[in-house]
Design a protein around this ligand. Structure first.
Ligand SMILES: C[S@@+](CC[C@H](N)C(=O)[O-])C[C@H]1O[C@@H](n2cnc3c(N)ncnc32)[C@H](O)[C@@H]1O
Length: 250
């Protein structure tokens, strides 16, 4: 049985968006059983390519200690595990116990020897249970957009990264290009929500649109990272501009 270390999440008092942390936690727990299938279906498998790109941008290497923040069912953590190998250590952190249970079950069922290097921790991205300068690399896949306080989360990422190390943050791109915005909205209204409604999750996936509206553009993400003290920050548009990946070096 894979290790599942549980600790009580500590929530931030900040509530800049309509939905609270507790409501988001409940939402991600509800979608956990179908999350992986829907990702494959809705992205036509493309999310696997974008996740590999995110891993490569993290510059994680053999022997590194790495964090996959907001790990969900663990896609990025499994890729990191193969990168850092037996000598390395991967921590997957999420505040949804249901998502972590699925990650742990996948760790058992897709067993590869290196997966022994993964530990799952239930915790809050806004109050990370790690010492300063602890990780050699951090990945965040579709997590930052869902956090109620992005500034606090990035501050925590900066704190627990070693100087010179990178965070790679993959997410939907809040585009400033009106054609991309149109396509993104059309896809959500005409593909994502109708497909999700077949699983009884229309409301949960309608939230996607407001979460993108409330997210930061690539330039704003770069600015936030620079203000927090990252020495380099570059946002790359991928998937025809529908997705984006921020790469920031502490
Ligand atoms: C869209 S899923 C992404 C999962 C995974 N990284 C992936 O790329 O497939 C977002 C995840 O962020 C987690 N999450 C949201 N807010 C969080 C917080 N404050 N602390 C920890 N995890 C959080 C949710 O539970 C959910 O599993």
């Amino acid at each position: 049985m894979a290790s599942l270390s549980l600790s009580l999440p500590a929530f931030s008092s900040s509530r800049p968006l309509a939905r609270s942390s507790n409501e988001r936690q409940a939402l991600f727990s509800r979608i956990a059983p179908v999350y992986d299938n829907l990702n494959d279906l809705l992205s036509l498998g493309q999310h696997r390519i974008w996740k590999r790109m995110a891993i490569s941008w993290s510059a994680a290497r053999k022997g590194d200690w790495v964090l996959d923040l907001c790990c969900g069912s663990g896609d990025l953590a499994f890729l990191l595990s193969q990168k850092v190998g037996f000598e390395g250590k991967v921590t997957g952190l999420d505040f949804s116990r249901e998502q972590l249970s699925i990650a742990s079950a996948r760790q058992d069922s897709f067993w590869k020897p290196c997966y022994k290097n993964i530990a799952w921790i239930e915790g809050d991205a806004l109050d990370l249970p790690f010492p300063d300068s602890y990780f050699d690399a951090i990945t965040v896949g579709y997590g930052l957009r869902n956090l109620v306080d992005k500034h606090a989360a990035m501050k925590e990422v900066f704190r627990v990264l070693k100087p010179g190390s990178r965070v790679s943050i993959l997410d939907f791109n809040k585009s400033t290009n009106s054609s991309v915005v149109f396509i993104q909205e059309w896809m959500i209204n005409n593909v994502v929500v109708p497909v999700a409604s077949n699983y009884g999750l229309a409301e949960e996936y309608t939230y996607l649109k407001s979460s993108i509206d409330n997210f930061l553009t690539g330039k704003e993400l770069e600015k936030l990272a620079n203000e927090l003290g990252f020495s380099k920050a570059r946002h790359y548009e991928i998937g025809g501009g529908l997705m984006g990946n921020l790469v920031a070096t502490r």
